[in-house]
Unconditional design. Structure first.
Length: 94
């Protein structure tokens, strides 16, 4: 995936990205986080970390899985086909 592809996926999921040069920062939508610097996502790979939950670097697909509630096989297929229209953010707030 290109940087543009990663950006398109993230924004289609509702992430508001803060540009920090080689990476973006944003809040953790998948856990209704409001800290705009909690998540760091590298532009070139999509590798990300959740600094609030102190996660190790994780692959981009995992962020999409967490954000949509979809399983890894489904997400991988959508990303390979660049079908961002099928990536719907599930609002988990109750």
């Amino acid at each position: 995936m290109t940087t543009e592809d990663i950006y398109e996926v993230l924004t289609s999921l509702g992430y508001q990205l803060q540009d920090r040069g080689s990476y973006w920062q944003t809040n953790a939508l998948f856990r209704q986080g409001d800290n705009k610097t909690a998540i760091q996502i590298y532009k070139d790979t999509g590798v990300w970390r959740d600094y609030v939950n102190n996660t190790p670097p994780l692959r981009f697909e995992r962020l999409v899985e967490k954000s949509t509630g979809n399983d890894s096989i489904y997400v991988k297929k959508l990303l390979e086909n660049k079908d961002t229209s099928s990536l719907l953010y599930k609002n988990l707030a109750s």
